[in-house]
Design a protein around this ligand. Structure first.
Ligand code: ADP
Ligand code: PAZ
Ligand code: K
Length: 260
């Protein structure tokens, strides 16, 4: 069984794969201080509660937070007796090309989304991931990652308003009924929600125009469901795209023999 770990700047998700079946997934907040022992107690407790008898032989990690990787490696070595594959490291091969400026380090989550998106939808694709940041990953016809866009995340935008302006409260995002807010909270939600709808539409239109070909647009990430009801932004929504991508990258490395 494969344990796939997707560590974002806000949340870390663990998924357990038995072949092509995902038999469990668990989410915790991302904290670099968390030790391997803490991860293991938490994971094994949840698995036991769900009656899952995990036989973990392989581990793959994608992390947008470099310092958490150390303890995740220890988890893999100590408790599963296996050396993890870490996306973005030279020893982890990708089944797609990465065509960006020399010296650029692309977020591993974006590479994983590219692999999964290309596998399911083919090329000429835009993957929009609503995480801590909102990323647009552009996937060429041949599946290569060819760049994209990084915008401030939805919650980050609301938090920035709250932190910078004395009279603006902490607000949770939700879809407002109207554009014209009649109280402070509604005004803030409207600014971020409808501003975001405009941002997504404009960026996707410009990516398509710059690419000169029709492109599919898919959404994923913690806050993607919020925009699902907004017609015509996306062709599809994928709730576990990153996990699908991690499984594929692991399979690819097994196939070509980079990872025993
Ligand atoms: N189901 C949810 N409902 C509301 N907010 C959520 C939900 N899931 C995640 N979030 C929030 O969405 C943002 C992005 O989450 P996530 O996709 O897990 O981020 P990352 O991958 O960057 O860690 C965070 O601010 C998180 O608190
Ligand atoms: C853009 C990101 C911060 C998004 O991270 P997330 O919102 O998933 O936590 C991450 O992909 C990253 O750190 N990227 C490095 C720069 C780049 O991708 O070009
Ligand atoms: K993410």
């Amino acid at each position: 069984m494969l344990l796939a770990v997707d560590c974002g700047n806000t949340n870390t998700v663990f998924a357990l794969w038995d072949g092509d079946q995902m038999i469990g997934h668990w989410r915790t907040s991302t904290e670099w201080q968390r030790t391997a022992d803490q991860y293991y107690v938490w994971l094994s407790t949840l698995m036991t509660l769900q009656g899952i008898k995990a036989q973990i032989t392989d581990v793959i990690i994608s992390s947008t937070v470099p310092r958490v990787v150390f303890n995740l490696r220890v988890l893999s070595d100590r408790y599963f007796k296996t050396r993890p594959l870490v996306v973005g490291k030279p020893e982890c091969a990708l089944p797609v090309d990465v065509r960006v400026d020399e010296g650029t380090t692309v977020g591993p989550d974006r590479l994983v989304n590219t692999v999964a998106g290309y596998h399911k939808y083919g090329g000429d694709l835009i993957v929009v991931d609503f995480g801590t940041a909102t990323t647009f990953d552009v996937v060429a016809k041949d599946g290569a990652y060819v760049g994209g866009v990084i915008a401030p995340g939805v919650n980050l935008s609301l938090e920035a308003l709250h932190h910078a302006a004395a009279a603006l409260p902490h607000v949770d995002i939700s879809k407002p009924q109207n554009v014209i807010g009649t109280n402070t909270v509604a005004c803030m939600q409207s600014g971020v929600f409808w501003g975001y709808v405009g941002l997504v539409r404009e960026i996707c239109d410009r990516i398509k125009a710059e690419s000169g070909v029709p492109m599919k647009v898919i959404s994923t990430g913690g806050l993607a469901p919020l925009f699902q009801q907004t017609a015509d932004l996306f062709d599809a929504y994928e709730d576990d795209l990153t996990m699908q991508g991690l499984r594929r990258i692991h399979e690819h490395n097994k196939d070509i023999g980079t990872h025993a």
